[in-house]
Design a protein around this ligand. Structure first.
Ligand SMILES: Cc1cc2nc3c(=O)[nH]c(=O)nc-3n(C[C@H](O)[C@H](O)[C@H](O)COP(=O)(O)OP(=O)(O)OC[C@H]3O[C@@H](n4cnc5c(N)ncnc54)[C@H](O)[C@@H]3O)c2cc1C
Length: 438
């Protein structure tokens, strides 16, 4: 094993053979929390991610709608090495896991594939968009999962108005000014609300040939209500708010096709040049590589200690894990990912000290919030259900505090204040690499 260890970080000061190695795949909320919980442990931690940055996903919709720029909601993962001496960061995509030989395979840009041995493995690879067996939709309907997706959506939205302003064809103008968001969960609702404000306020007076406020924003879902994970009264309030903002909410409507002309939903064609997919998610392929049982979305079924059943020292945390508590699944939200990562980090630290942690993982629900346009948010926390301006203020406060890096907190705060009072958005860019229209 040590030959493979040397490959990663020759560290003469550390008697490597005496130190165990924890490999963490994924530096999202769960992976970073696990690494942090191991900061005082006498262990070597290798954090592997295919990206060089951690993304604060709850604000991706603000990048997609030009409020924030990508750098404001991201932080370099490499900073972990500066903050924590026992961490090595590796930019690589994990392509294989062999639990029997306790190795993973990681492909690094320019360095090829190498094997990395582990004593403990923490899988924290999150989820990716799922098109429910219709991967061909992806070409026309990007999901919202990373910064590239957010920039693609932003370019599509802004580009649609440019094309609407130049075409002489009325039908094409209407198609360019129709935006279809598939999936009325928190991401779809937040995008719809923010888009409504963009077309009505930010773009007001910016085009002489078209009126952006006349754009049509349609939020579609096959289920029977928006925000299905929230209690019904909050769903109803969110629907009322969206309708007031000019969003057409269509529930109980299944999308049958997405192509270069728009969507076919509930048997009807809706011509649209911008379709965004926030309807479904599936786990990354890594949990399946463990050879363990997974649920329908590909999440690994873990025991109450977040261990993969019958595989000692292999854990799955965050969105990639299917965790049941009191007969209900722990939700795929940032708080759950952080708590699971922290729990596993502490559990490993205890085991390294020869102590056994007998307390199973317990999720503490701090509540869920979603923003519905400017000045309005909904909050559900146990039996507390609130909505409105004060809830929105709480949302803003919590999100500013949760952002990675102080500099991001300051920049986002400044952007929000400026945008709140002027209605302007600072990130209205269509990269030259983006091809307009389809
Ligand atoms: C648009 C959007 C909005 C959201 N809004 C909210 C919200 O308002 N509130 C809330 O609580 N939650 C929200 N969520 C959910 C929340 O972001 C997730 O629950 C959380 O990110 C899960 O954390 P994680 O660490 O499990 O996975 P992630 O944060 O997704 O991190 C997974 C990491 O694994 C890496 N990775 C994956 N596969 C590999 C591989 N093979 N090799 C190397 N690296 C790999 C990825 O690059 C990534 O960095 C939102 C999610 C999205 C997409």
């Amino acid at each position: 094993m040590s030959a493979m260890l040397e490959e990663i970080r020759p560290d003469a000061a550390t008697p490597r053979r005496e130190r165990k190695r924890v490999v963490i795949i994924g530096a999202g909320f769960a992976g970073i929390a696990a690494a942090h919980a191991l900061r005082h442990a006498d262990v070597e931690i290798v954090v592997i991610d295919r990206r060089n940055h951690h993304i604060f996903q709850p604000l991706l919709y603000q990048v997609a709608t030009a409020i924030l720029s990508p750098a404001e909601i991201a932080a370099p993962i490499r900073q972990l090495e500066a903050k924590q001496r026992n961490v090595t960061v590796l930019l690589a995509e994990v392509t294989g896991v062999d639990v029997a030989s306790r190795t993973i395979e990681a492909a690094s840009p320019g360095a090829g594939v190498r094997k990395i041995a582990f004593d403990y493995l923490v899988v924290a690879t999150g989820m990716r968009p799922s098109y429910f067996g219709h991967d061909e939709f992806a070409r026309y309907a990007p999901g919202l999962k990373n910064l590239t997706d957010a920039e693609t959506i932003r370019a599509k939205i802004l580009g649609a108005f440019e094309l609407a302003a130049t075409t002489e064809d009325d039908d094409e103008r209407a198609r360019q000014m129709t935006f279809v968001l598939v999936g009325a969960g928190p991401s779809g609702v937040e995008l719809a609300g923010s888009l409504a404000h963009l077309v009505k306020v930010t773009l007001r007076g910016n085009f002489h040939r078209i009126d952006p406020a006349k754009a049509s924003i349609i939020l579609l879902d096959a289920g029977n209500r928006v925000l299905p994970t929230y209690v019904e009264p909050l769903s109803r309030r969110a629907t009322r708010r969206l309708t007031k903002l000019g969003v057409k909410v269509m529930t109980g409507v299944k999308v049958e096709a997405v192509d270069d002309k728009g969507v076919i939903a509930g048997g009807n064609r809706i011509p649209s040049a911008t379709v965004v997919w926030t309807a479904g998610v599936a786990a990354s392929p890594i949990p399946k590589m463990l050879g363990t049982k997974t649920d329908r979305a590909g999440r690994a079924l873990v025991d109450p200690f977040l261990k993969v059943v019958e595989m000692p020292a292999v854990f799955v945390v965050g969105d990639a894990a299917s965790v049941m508590q009191k007969g209900r699944p722990v939700p795929g939200v940032a708080q759950a990912a952080i708590q699971e990562g922290r729990y596993v980090g502490r559990l490993i630290a205890s085991e390294l000290k020869g102590r056994k942690l007998n307390r199973p993982f317990r999720y503490f629900d701090k509540g869920n919030m979603a923003v519905v346009g400017k000045n309005y948010a909904v909050l559900e926390r146990g039996s507390l259900h609130t909505s409105g301006f004060l809830t929105w203020l709480v949302w803003a406060f919590v999100h500013i505090l949760s952002l990675p890096q102080l500099q991001n907190r300051l920049r986002v705060q400044r952007q929000w204040v400026w945008s709140y009072f002027t209605g302007q958005r600072s990130s209205r860019l269509i990269p030259e690499t983006h091809e307009l229209g389809h």
